[in-house]
Design a protein around this ligand. Sequence first.
Ligand code: MCN
Ligand code: FES
Ligand code: FES
Length: 905
Amino acid sequence: MIKRTLQVNGVSRVVVCDPDESLANALRQNLGLTSVKIGCGTGQCGSCTILRDGKLVRSCTVKMKRVKNNTQIMTLEGLGTAGDLHPIQMAWIAFGGAQCGFCSPGFLVSTYALLTENPSPTREDIRDWFQKHKNVCRCTGYKPLVDAVMAAAEVMRGDKSMDDLIFKIPEDGRIWNTHYPRPSAVAKVTGTWDFGADMGLRLPPGSLYCELVQAEVSHANILSIDTAEAETVPGVFKVVTHKDVKGKNRITGLITFPTNLGDGWDRPILCDEKIFQYGDAIAIVCADSPEAAKAGAAKVKVEIEQLPEYMSAPAAMAEDAIEIHPGTPNVYYIQKEAKGPDTKPIFENADVVVEGDYYTQRQPHMPIEPDVGFAYIGDEGKLVIHSKSIGIHLHLLMIAPGLGVEPENMVLVQNPTGGTFGYKFSPTMEALVGAAALATGRPVFLNYTWKQQQQYTGKRSPQFTTVRLASTKDGKLLGMETDWTVDHGPYSEFGDLLTLRGAQYIGSGYDIPAIRGEGRTVCTNHCWGAAFRGYGAPEAEFPSEVCMDELAEKLGMDPLELRYKNVYRKGSTTPTGQDPEVYSLPEMIDKVRPRYEEFKKYAADNSTDAKKLGVGVSIGVYGSGLDGPDTAEVDIALNDDNTVTVYSAWGDHGQGADMGTLGTAHEALRPLNLTPDQIHLMMGDTSFAPAAGPAGGSRSQVVVGQATKNACDQLVAAMKKPDGSFRTHEEMVADGLELLYHGKWTAPANDCDANGQGNPFCCYMYGVFLSLVSVDTATGKTAVEKMVTVADIGVVNNFLLVDGQIHGGIAQGIGLALTEDYEDIKKHSNMAGAGMPYIKDIPDDMEIIYVETPRPDGPFGASGVGEMPLTAPHAAIINAIYNACGARIRHLPAYPEKVLAALKG
Ligand code: MCN
Ligand code: FES
Ligand code: FES
């Protein structure tokens, strides 16, 4: 142990710790300064950024033995507090800089250092600074952060006042359709928003730390698991294996369709007979310190018999491949698609036919916050599990039988969450901490390292897709034939539903009268397939949007005009045969056309042989909802001080479930004239919030929003007196009226049939993407220089939310197009290796144009937004690469070497 006296945020503090402890851990654990966040833990993300003797450091990389006595330390706690915000914090609030908020402390301290050194930075100076100091954000697409720094600098220079940054509620009192800041913003910018790892530090004495024993091969039979030596390691309390799990020891994948050949019970909580993928959990070592747990895990002996590893769909589909789940074929689900007349004669007689093979990769979600959670036995004897779950009621039902606990004896709670982007549509470690809490009887805490996050949470399922398009010679689409294969990894959860997305979205946006297709779900030994923002759309729309470009070329037509000719208009139907709820795509294309012409001119004027510029377009469509009659429930209560409390399980990835709820409830409660702070939110706990459904499929603003509105409408109706005024709480009680109202709403939609036909969603989101790229012809490296997104997401609840959603989603689309992958288990297990976009990978020139067409079935006309920006921006970028230099990339990501090879080819 060493002792250090540090000057922390202006106060002298003493730390006693291990010499090899990181400065980040010492600040967090020893001094309780939990604004310092640990994301990557390896110097790549900047979430642990602090000032040491006036210089920025990533504190996870500094060992305490290298920190001298009297070192000056500044953390976010030293910048400003809730009652006395610093201009940088205020600007972060005003520009929606904190979505999940996990990166915010690091960015805020970094900004403070920048503005101390350079009070008048340009936007490019700011981008250079965050690039140099490796500040990474996965939510915002960076542009709002640069806006915030510019505004903070103005206030700090005295060119503007703090008051200029404070949102003013309009005179009519309305916050719907404004820039009202989210309720959690102040906590997020002051470092007081406690994420799972922060709460883990404050668990009661006697709590145990978990370390996983994980598979180091991708497919094997387990012959034995020997925990004897591990249990003798000092500090180890118990090693939990499958033998300790009292239930079925399986997480159910909830088979969606009866034609699925699996039964859904294929994912072990703790491996018993087989290992299905690299990183599978085999045992949990529970100990009184993280170090003892780690030492114990190293002593668990697992004897295996290695089996052939099928790391992609073609490998698992080979004739001689054995069944990964014995008894279930590796191809376990087939989805047919048939719309309109037979396509064969259409293709035989069409003027023009184009065809291409396309591949979208195993995109990693890469939240900055790694997976984390804890569990304990609550005071009512129930098993309580806290995690990053964005579907608490769903996950409870998925894991309860495996653990052997009756659902009514379990509670799931969502911790403040540092981004998921869909990986938390699946349960991850909930069942592990649940099993450990039951086996030990103690509170248990499990925090994945970022490497574990990458290796042992689900990924976007790679998809191999063929598209053929037939058209007349003047560009009217006549038919489409398509085939798609989904590599869903070893666990079936939601794999059939994902495969259905091919039928719903390949070719979507266009009036295609005849379609035939078939898709299949394949079990492999690579990482399991989880929902990822866009869920099936980026996989489906990339092929059809690139194929549309190939068709335009063959026809000699402008790609935007080919799209304009074919997009949905009255009388058109979607690939599932549904009438779109609105027909805004022609108007959206009209809006983008001037920018398109400008971009083309700019590209022509600025291209050189060494750096070629090009312009690309694409169209994105996605449904807001789970298929069919998607339902949500929300409660509202009138409090005795005449305020209200909304009880909601609208899951929060970081997108802003709090503001979504507040904005919707405030609008619905307008007759009561409540101020926003008179609406309290109680969210994310199955013990008091009714089932709202998971925050997936960009469904919450529509479905949970409608349930929220329904609850509010009931309350307002009950409070209304015959004279039109409203009862107080006291009068409600006096009149014997209910104080709690249960809101419920079900989407007017129906499930698709076996041919993929139906009206699965009542609200869709529409996007038109325009990108300008440059390609370095010597290296093949592509840079996205400008992006424009035209969005029709219905009426906007809150602009800070939706701007942030769109910028952040576009940034992930750029990563999908150019850099991101999780194919190589070793190389892609850290942020830089997996192609995480840093600020200079994302253009500052990003424009959003809204077309707010009110949705008949959305609350106050709103549709969803979350996934729209990741439906097809990557196709616009790939089309722009072709336009720039003639390199046609059909397999993502478009690494420089691929572009170079295509250029040479
Ligand atoms: N919203 C709005 N006006 C609209 C539509 C939506 O103001 N017309 C707001 C909503 O109030 C909500 C947000 O925009 O705060 C997204 O709403 P919606 O599209 O309904 O999506 P959900 O709330 O169901 O969120 C899920 C969606 C999905 S599926 C993924 S994945 C995702 C995402 O949103 N993951 C995210 N956005 C994310 N944002 C962050 N920062 N982190 C993630 O992990
Ligand atoms: Fe320290 Fe990522 S740089 S946690
Ligand atoms: Fe930056 Fe979520 S707000 S990572």
